[in-house]
Design a protein around this ligand. Structure first.
Ligand code: SAM
Ligand code: TMP
Length: 395
């Protein structure tokens, strides 16, 4: 049974950036998060239909962050050094997007295949020399891939497996496609960081599951795999890389410390979620009060990074163009459009500097190091960054 923990009300599709003539067709779905009382999996109470989220015009492009590009290049090299060592070994990536990881694999001449539900993203990947198919990965897809390409030594997925409500079908597919000694490696946002740092905006339609080592261990067992490794990653505000193998095929290492830390954080305890909920309410009050106060003082505030997370923030807090007249974002697919639900115009970064606003609300806080370094002139000119996690503060 999934016990509800926090209700964000009806929310628009987090990546459905709109043209001005599309406002009337905008769709909303219930967003609430709960916890499974038997396995501790934190998950959404309701699934948004997958074709509403992932389609030809899905605008997210992994390569928009240079830190993520480097991260995935390193990940690809690591997989090629440690797992893809035999001649003809195949790697399949679920949710390859614009080829951010597979480009390095393709460049090295290693057999690979990307699967992604978004034709627009796959087109970008193919232009880089990556072999990729437009499809939703699930059991039937995997069965076909196995017939066409043989077994995969590695199945990899980043920031995608947790986006798929139907994990039973995906893991049945992994079982069909994976070589006997192969591994399924996936990276996703980590529940421990979300709870520890009040990252409530990591809760949105695409993040159907918020994984922890404990819940992923139970998932592996339930679907016939074994969690053999888990590794903390600094990306996206705190992620974890998990490795599944067939039971008994690999040595299990490094899980005990992580499980102990999760127990200390109380990741399955009701009080933890009560505190998390109270923190979310406090952040909402503080952020709205600050933005209203700045407006009353005649200060200008721009948003920075039209992230999917900002959809939860602006809609849950009721922040619209009256408080933030525009959001700056480098993604061409988002520019000239309006943010979902809150209808704030998204502009290219040249607008951010012409002239600089007094304050910038950093929605892309997970890329803070990269952005604060890149925008040093804004701060030198007197501009200040507003963060809303772990609490509302200005730097
Ligand atoms: N792996 C990239 C990264 O880490 O930046 C992309 C992550 S993006 C948030 C999720 C991607 O998964 C999207 O490109 C989406 O189209 C794709 N996707 C969602 N469900 C999928 C499924 N069942 N099979 C294949 N791709 C899927
Ligand atoms: P993400 O947090 O889901 O990776 O999305 C980050 C968003 O922020 C994406 O739309 C691109 C945008 N962005 C910028 O506008 N400038 C930047 O320097 C970076 C790193 C991201």
């Amino acid at each position: 049974m999934v016990e509800e923990k926090f209700d964000f009300g009806n929310q628009p599709v987090s990546n459905a950036f709109l043209r001005a003539d599309e406002l009337r067709e905008e769709e909303f779905f219930w967003l609430a998060v709960g916890i499974c009382t038997s396995c501790g999996m934190v998950q959404l109470m309701q699934e948004t239909p997958r074709t509403r989220m992932f389609h030809e015009n899905y605008p997210y492009r992994s390569c928009s962050s240079s830190i993520m590009r480097k991260h995935f290049e390193r990940t690809a090299l690591h997989l090629m050094e440690t797992e893809l060592t035999g001649p003809g070994d195949l790697i399949v990536e679920i949710g390859c997007n614009d080829g951010v990881l597979l480009k390095a694999v393709a460049d090295a001449g290693v057999r690979h295949l990307g699967i992604d539900a978004s034709a627009g993203a796959v087109e970008v990947a193919r232009a880089k020399g990556v072999r990729a198919k437009v499809e939703f990965f699930e059991e039937s897809t995997a069965a076909r891939l196995r017939e066409e390409h043989g077994p995969a030594k590695v199945i990899f997925s980043a920031n995608t497996f947790s986006h798929i409500a139907y994990i039973g079908s995906v893991l049945a597919g992994v079982d069909r496609l994976l070589a006997d000694d192969g591994v399924f490696v996936f990276e996703d946002r980590y529940l421990g960081d979300i709870i520890a740092h009040n990252y409530f905006d990591q809760i949105y339609d695409e993040h159907f599951y918020l994984f922890s080592v404990r819940s992923v261990t139970a998932m592996a067992e339930r679907f016939g795999f074994e969690l053999v490794e888990a590794e903390r990653l600094p990306v996206h505000g705190g992620s974890m890389r998990y490795k599944f193998a067939r039971p008994g095929r690999r040595r299990v290492s490094g899980l005990d410390d992580l499980l102990e830390q999760e127990d200390r954080l109380g990741l399955t305890r009701p009080e933890t979620f009560e505190r998390f909920g109270a923190n979310i309410d406090r952040i909402r009050r503080d952020l709205v009060a600050l933005l209203r106060d700045l407006r009353a003082q005649g200060k200008t505030v721009a948003g920075y990074g039209a992230t999917s997370r900002s959809t939860t923030v602006t809609n849950f807090c009721g922040i619209g163009p009256d408080l933030i007249p525009f959001v700056s974002d480098t993604t061409p697919e988002k520019q000239g459009r309006l943010t979902p639900g809150s209808h704030i115009p998204v502009h290219a970064p040249d607008r951010f500097a012409a002239p600089y606003p007094d304050y910038a609300l950093l929605f892309a806080w997970n890329h803070a190091d990269e952005i604060l370094a890149k925008e040093r002139r804004f701060h030198d000119a007197g501009g200040r960054w507003i963060f809303y996690v772990p609490d509302v503060h200005i730097v």
